[in-house]
Design a protein around this ligand. Structure first.
Ligand code: ATP
Ligand code: MG
Length: 539
């Protein structure tokens, strides 16, 4: 379009120039002819076919001497620029655009010697009209070209793009595509395989992590800095008594207590923190550590451990220490008091023997206590080198009976041993202590005129020692605790009957040492049966 406009403008300019030249020549010729032949000449010319040309002859007053179009009034023409110029300078030209844009006229006037003016005017189509004429086919052609181009462009672009669209990005193949894309596809392929490798590595390390953490009885929780759980093993879920999957949720969904919150927040703040949760299911130790790189906390690791047993043991250890000190202090205070009295000489000579006896019995109590503690601590020592030998349990029980004869006689308790001569291979000292303590209790907690019986028997692979008595029995609520160190059923009753509460602890540990079990059945007021089962052939 643009080039057409420019072209037409150029053509139009040279056309105008040519026409204006022609008109001038024409006007000058007609002027010459008119000068020579006057109106005759001009009229002869005007008869010829003159197309759009108009010839006008005016005198100096504007009167029309001749007009090829037969106009009488020449005032318009007389006022025109070219005529005025011709009267003034001898010749003049002007161009006039008509109101309708389709045509314009060009005039040239020449003054004759007799001071008249001949004017030649040519009307021709304007630039806009020429342009409009040329434009119509051009527009049709343009529209046609645009349509064809659009169709072709869509067809070809589809054809060009199809092989690119058809590329399987997961498995890019160079065949069937453009060779120019080869480096790109090659790169894509290598990146694909790298991504697949990394995914596999990631999957494996995740699997490994969960395999390791799932086999742990401890709980482990990994959380991001916003305290959302990234990973959490089943140990953690069961220790905290939480339900379902916690991954992706806040760590507080597992446990909401303030103490846990504080511990976790400390870790998120970059400080290692520990606390103990006292839950219904037991005591759980929480160790929360920040996972830092430099000063930035990237997440936290929370380790959970069941410390119920540990806490229990700790309590037992504390109780044991205080019990031991108490038990040691009582006889020592008595001994100290008596010896103080003896030293000051306020004791009558005949009472000295009595006080001496008291000192002896208190010292004996001390010795017994210390012996008990020593045996217990020996049994606690798992690496204890113990001499094992073949022991006839029946014989051993009889020996123990002999030792206890005096005590039984004092209490008026009948003793008996029966059963079979079962040979058990174990530590004689430990086994003797087991039987001794059970028999001692059977006599101590018996009623006057009662009975105590030891029975040795065996079933395949198991030796059984049963110690039964017809004594006072043990109330049900105490049964579970009598094997604890220093536990005695009834403090007031126990005041009368001497003891430290260590006997059954020694029994339990001794039995455990031999890989056996101990059981109690008791009816208050009727009697108690202790049954010990020891595996034969192990030791
Ligand atoms: P120790 O044996 O150390 O001298 P003790 O006899 O008091 O002291 P254990 O033998 O451990 O301690 O017994 C613990 C408690 O269990 C006793 O205090 C007693 O109340 C109860 N008990 C043990 N055996 C019997 C039994 N045969 N009949 C009734 N109560 C018993
Ligand atoms: Mg006892």
């Amino acid at each position: 379009m643009l080039s057409a406009i420019i072209l037409i403008a150029f053509v139009n300019r040279s056309y105008n120039r040519k026409i204006s030249g022609e008109i001038r020549t024409e006007a000058e010729l007609i002027a010459k002819g008119t000068e020579m032949d006057g109106s005759r000449y001009i009229e002869s010319i005007a008869v010829e076919d003159m197309d759009d040309m108009r010839i006008t002859w005016l005198d100096k007053n504007g009167r029309v001497l001749f007009d090829s179009e037969g106009e009488d009034d020449g005032s318009d023409i007389f006022d025109s620029a070219d005529v005025r110029e011709a009267f003034r300078n001898g010749s003049g030209s002007s161009t006039k655009r008509y109101t309708s844009i389709s045509s314009s006229s060009m005039s040239h006037s020449v003054r004759l010697k007799d001071n008249t003016v001949v004017r030649v005017t040519d009307v021709h189509s304007s630039f806009a009209a020429q342009l409009a004429e040329a434009m119509r086919p051009l527009l049709v052609f343009l529209a046609l070209t645009a349509l064809i181009s659009a169709l072709l462009a869509s067809h070809f672009s589809k054809k060009i793009v199809r092989p690119i669209n058809d590329i399987d990005l997961d498995h890019p193949k160079i065949k069937g595509s453009y060779p120019e894309l080869e480096p790109l596809l090659e790169k894509l392929r290598s990146q694909n395989s790298r991504a697949a490798r990394q995914m596999e590595e990631l999957r494996m390390s995740r699997e490994q992590f969960s395999l390791i953490t799932e086999s742990m009885s401890e709980g482990i929780i990994l959380a991001d800095p916003k305290l959302n759980v990234l990973a959490c093993n089943s140990g953690a879920i069961s220790l905290l008594g939480a339900e379902g999957d916690a991954e992706g949720q806040s760590i507080y969904s597992l446990e909401r207590s303030d103490i846990f919150r504080k511990c976790v927040q400390n870790a998120a703040g970059g400080r290692h923190s520990e606390c103990i949760l006292r839950l219904d299911s037991g005591d759980v130790e929480v160790i929360a550590s920040p996972a830092k790189s430099g000063d930035i906390v990237n997440g936290i690791v929370v380790l959970l451990m069941d410390v119920t047993e540990k806490e229990k043991l700790e309590i037992m250890r504390r109780e044991f220490t205080s019990n031991v000190s108490h038990e040691l202090k009582t006889p020592l205070t008595t001994i100290y008091g008596i010896s103080d009295m003896l030293e000051s000489g306020i004791v009558k000579p005949e009472d000295v023997a009595g006080f001496g006896g008291n000192i002896r019995s208190e010292a004996e109590r001390l010795i017994n206590l210390i012996n008990d503690i020593v045996s217990l601590s020996k049994l606690d020592e798992e690496t204890m080198p113990i001499k094992t030998e073949e022991v006839d349990l029946y014989e051993l029980a009889s020996e123990v009976m002999n030792r206890l004869e005096m005590t039984a006689a004092e209490k008026d308790v009948r003793m008996s041993v029966n059963g079979a001569h079962v040979i058990f291979s174990g530590s004689r000292t430990v086994l003797e202590e087991i039987i001794y303590n059970l028999c001692d209790n059977g006599i101590k907690y018996n009623t006057s005129g009662g009975a105590m019986e030891v029975k040795i028997s065996h079933i395949p692979k198991t030796a059984i020692i049963t110690v039964s008595d017809t004594g006072m029995g043990i109330p049900k609520e105490h049964i579970d605790r009598i094997f604890e160190r220093f536990y005695r059923v009834d403090k007031s009753r126990s005041r009368r009957i001497k003891g430290t509460g260590l006997g059954l602890s020694i029994v339990k540990h001794g039995v455990m040492f031999h890989g056996g079990t101990v059981r109690v059945e008791s009816t208050p007021g009727k009697g108690t049966i202790f049954t010990i089962e020891l595996p034969l052939g192990n030791k």
